[in-house]
Design a protein around this ligand. Sequence first.
Ligand code: NAD
Length: 413
Amino acid sequence: MSSKINNYENTNRLFDKAADLIGLDTDTRLLLKTPFREIQVEVPLRLEDGSLEIFLGYRVQHNAARGPMKGGLRYHPEVDFDEVRSLASLMTWKTALVNVPFGGAKGGITCDPNGLTVRELERLTRKFTSRIGFALGVQQDIPAPDVNTSAQTMAWIMDQYSTQFGYAPGIVTGKPIELGGSFGREAATGRGVSIVTQAAAADEGIEIEGARIVIQGFGNVGSYTAQLLSEQGAKIVAVGDHTGALFNGDGFDIPALLRHARSERSIGGFPGEAIESDTLLEQECDILIPAALGGVITRDNAGDVRARMVVEAANSPITTIGDEILNERNILVVPDILANAGGVTVSYFEWVQNVQAFSWEEDRVNEQLEKYMLQAYQSVRSIMKERSARMRTAAFSIAIERVAKAEKIRGDL
Ligand code: NAD
């Protein structure tokens, strides 16, 4: 799987399609596409074996017209400027679409965290934080977890930032509860995926009870998505992660798979028929949910997808050409900026709780999350009808209009 196709140009093509639909003028397009600030830092790390390794870390702040910039941090060997820029831009559209008062940013470090010890990861995170700290801020730019980063990573960032700039729990979201994290944040992206999947399935005439679902990725997003959809009666018939893929036509025992994945840090070794990872996305199902990395449904395999609906739990899992092919085949694609927006929505609730120093109960978080997700979903559905647009273009067009309006009122246009 390569996220190399998942680049800024790809995202801008999606932007342009929606901009064409709403007749956006050239000046506004240019302003909205250009990132506000891009940072690359050298992060030297003395490894425990005594050798010195130099890592590269990035933070791209894409747009702040609607509020402080918000976006995750990814630790992965394929992280580069192009990928971070693309993901930062998606954050701008995602926060606008779910209508939380944030802009968009993203960051990461090019590294293989599986090859580092916990102590090395902590020092890497602290050094990275101290080098980009000048550009972060509770009212400026607020990181969160993404691929291979977790609540623990956020705790290190909060501690490091607070040491340098003063106590600031709101500097990151997705923190441990003990440090001001929000109840419901860990499950929020998967919960949002599950809410939107159920709403879209109902509109497509797919009964969730008994629906066959295939999920690629069994980390934070994939595992909670599997749990919440199986609680609604769906059958998770195939799953895959970086170690391989498994099939079970009767549907996996998800609570048992979750316990296994949490203790073994992968699905490897769990009972089920082993299948080639390459064939996972081609398994026959009602709903296919890519929840790992970008660029996995491409011109090469989009013709082989055998699902009625694809829900983008991961960011940019479908290339532009892959998207065209699915569209021609009348397979509904629920776009990432809608499907996985539950994480940033509850990140917003976490930030609100930090700013007010007042904690919400989990039921309130989940209720509000459902409200935001369904509002966004319904607004996308009605624009699809009104503008005869595909779901992705409709979602982008709503987001672009909101950001353009904010820029205009501020006076930059
Ligand atoms: P994670 O690190 O918790 O899990 C990633 C999963 O992908 C793991 O199960 C891993 O084994 C799997 N994976 C990695 N390489 C793979 C490969 N080659 N083939 C198959 N599986 C592979 O990450 P996450 O937080 O669950 O993020 C997953 C996706 O969701 C990413 O695209 C991320 O940007 C997106 N996302 C995450 C959040 C969030 O709140 N965590 C929010 C919005 C979007």
